[in-house]
Design a protein around this ligand. Structure first.
Ligand SMILES: *Cc1c(COP(=O)(O)O)cnc(C)c1O
Length: 322
């Protein structure tokens, strides 16, 4: 594992140049109500307003932009039922690369449709009977496709780091930054930008309380594996950090915090009613943790990375109604 070459901030700046004109430079919003409640100045980096509705477009587009001639011809394959699928499908279409997305047969119809709508060829498998690793390695080895994982890849990490880069470039240094954590692509990328642009800023990863493998890994110093956690934060139902993301997180992050599903719903409700923002449950992790420790943030400048906004409206409404 020591032989892995970890991405650096130079890779983030190279990614930013590739994304120029393709990814949105997402808005940074403030709320007087939040500032008063926190007694602090709070900046929300709104990746729910990114193309396809989440920051994952940044990492996928950056990774696919680096394909050589042969890879462009044979295409990309990704496994995902969530935002990574749509990010790879959209990036591939924009770059003229064939994309195959392997999704479980019981993935929400809206997600299957969205992925097809972006031009991805969807291969469904039965998650109870078939082995997706097998399907993937067949596609990769027999057909020569390139597999792009959702978080554990240097180009994906570098791409995700461009969101925090934009935040610091627009608002200047911050005292603390809160970032949603699943497999750690967004947090590791944010860490590279934070240490380069705001070295004194405290950086927190935030994951669902029901799946705190990242917290256990961060505190113990080895990657801890868990069963798929039960949480409404479906973008952070990962079972472990990655071989690239973990060493960066361990080196550059100050702590890993958690939020409960109930806290996520409170933040979704607040964001919808007061800020007119639709945020998916996972996207509220950073906000929820910052709110929990607001008494320690008084008088400071705080960044909160809102990671995505892809949630079916009926589900959104039933979560808020409960
Ligand atoms: C994927 C995802 C995350 C987690 O990102 P990682 O890079 O896996 O840590 C958080 N929020 C949303 C909306 C996502 O799609």
């Amino acid at each position: 594992m020591n032989t892995l070459t970890l991405p650096t901030y130079a890779d983030v700046t190279a990614a930013a140049a590739r994304l120029q004109g393709h990814a949105h430079k997402t808005p940074i919003l403030t709320s007087r109500t939040v500032n008063e409640a926190f007694g602090a100045e709070v900046f929300f980096k709104c990746e729910n307003l990114q193309r396809m509705g989440a920051f994952k477009f940044r990492g996928a587009f950056n990774a696919l932009s680096r394909f050589d001639e042969r890879q462009r011809r044979t295409g990309v394959v990704a496994f995902s039922s969530g935002n990574h699928a749509q990010a790879v499908a959209l990036s591939a279409r924009l770059l003229g690369i064939p994309a195959t997305i392997v999704m479980p047969h019981d993935a929400p119809a809206a997600k299957l449709a969205a992925t097809r709508g972006y031009g991805g060829q969807v291969v469904v498998y039965d998650r109870y009977k078939e082995d997706r690793e097998q399907i993937g390695s067949d596609l990769a080895s027999r057909q020569g496709m390139t597999l792009i994982p959702p978080y554990d890849h240097p180009d994906v990490i570098a791409g995700q780091g461009t969101a925090a880069k934009e935040l610091f470039e627009e608002v200047g240094a911050l005292d603390a930054l809160f970032v949603c954590l699943g497999g750690g692509g967004l947090l590791a990328g944010s860490a590279l930008s934070t240490r380069a642009l705001a070295p004194g800023c405290r950086l927190y990863g935030v994951e669902p309380e029901a799946g705190n493998d990242g917290q256990q890994s961060f505190r113990s110093g080895t990657i801890v594996h868990i069963d798929t956690p039960q949480t409404i934060a479906d973008g952070a139902q990962t079972q472990h950090l990655g071989n690239y993301t973990f060493p960066i997180i361990r080196r550059d992050v100050d702590d890993v915090l958690t939020a409960t599903d109930a806290q996520l719903v409170e933040c979704m409700r607040f964001a919808a009613s007061r800020m007119k923002l639709v945020i998916e449950p996972t996207g509220c992790l950073g906000f929820a943790a910052a709110r929990q420790m607001k008494d320690q943030l008084k008088g400071q400048r705080i960044g909160i990375l809102i990671s995505g906004g892809n949630v079916d409206m009926p589900r959104f409404c039933s979560l808020l109604a409960a």
